[in-house]
Ligand binder design. Structure first.
Ligand code: SF4
Length: 272
């Protein structure tokens, strides 16, 4: 019996498979639940606040409005299991909000939002490369002064060392590929805005970069298909294990792989 292939590829699935094939299997194929994390939920909160900010007219995109949007985003997030699952006490919630507030204020040190011309916010895009369904969410798609498309991705952490920057831009080239496939236009620029330290990394995607990315996606899909066929997803222990939600299932961390089958069987029974 082979594992069922995941239905789509996204930038996070691509990096998950490269980082640790077993963690990819747990997440994309077995769909095991993942523990909410403070960093990821704070990222969701800040993204939502900036989305609200860009829903405003350009002249209304000031710091006071952004902080009000952060408060609104927090209220919207309260019922989300990723927030409620954190079980923050009063003091921890105050720290969580203060950190999000700092990130939103830093955004204003990077660019003037009144000068940005968004044409799409939190855009969910899906396209095909051969028989591979690819999808991703673009934080912000805008027009530059020449009418070219610019893809912006917010990061709430700090910018990577220069030696890792090309790897991070690979994820954003994925969004450029989605734009080209769906709108027939290659974006003029893609940029990563790091709110953690106020730096921006930009690149101008080329046809060559898109071709290279397509070739990588085909090779990756082939590797995933083979791993599914052979039911062979190997653990790759490393620093990421410290944040991995699947340690209880992972043999490399003394976990019990048979718990996965038990979880999947229980979920299937509950759904039928
Ligand atoms: S604990 Fe480490 S090796 Fe195991 S699945 Fe997670 S990332 Fe992979």
């Amino acid at each position: 019996m082979a594992f069922q292939l995941p239905t789509t590829l996204s930038p996070s699935k691509v990096s998950s498979f490269k980082d640790c094939a077993l963690a990819f299997r747990f997440s994309a194929i077995d769909q095991l639940p993942e523990e909410p994390s403070i960093a990821a939920t704070r990222g969701t909160l800040v993204h939502l606040a900036l989305e609200h900010l860009f829903d405003r007219e350009p002249q209304d995109r000031g710091i006071a409005e952004a902080i009000a949007d952060l408060g609104r985003a927090l209220e919207e997030l309260r019922e989300d299991p990723d927030f409620s699952g954190l079980e923050l006490d009063e003091e921890a919630e105050a720290t969580f909000v203060a950190e999000a507030d700092r990130l939103v204020r830093r955004y204003f040190e990077i660019e003037d939002p009144s000068q940005v011309h968004p044409v799409g916010l939190e855009l969910k895009l899906e396209a095909r490369v051969d028989d591979i369904r690819i999808r991703g969410i673009i934080d912000r798609l805008e027009l530059n002064a020449d009418g070219g498309l610019v893809v912006t991705d917010y990061k709430t952490g700090k910018s990577p060392h220069t030696s890792h920057q090309q790897g991070r831009l690979g994820g954003v080239t994925f969004y450029a590929l989605l734009c080209q496939e769906l709108f027939g236009v290659l974006p003029a620029q893609v940029q990563l805005i790091y709110l953690g330290d106020g730096l921006t990394i930009t690149t101008e995607p080329t046809e060559q970069a898109i071709r290279a990315l397509k070739a990588k996606l085909r090779a990756l899909w082939q590797a995933i298909s083979l791993a599914c066929e052979k039911e062979d997803f190997r653990p790759r222990p490393g620093p990421l294990c410290n944040w991995c939600s699947f340690r209880a299932y992972c043999p490399a961390q003394g976990g019990d792989l048979s718990l996965v089958d038990a979880y999947v069987a229980e979920r299937t029974a509950a759904a039928s």
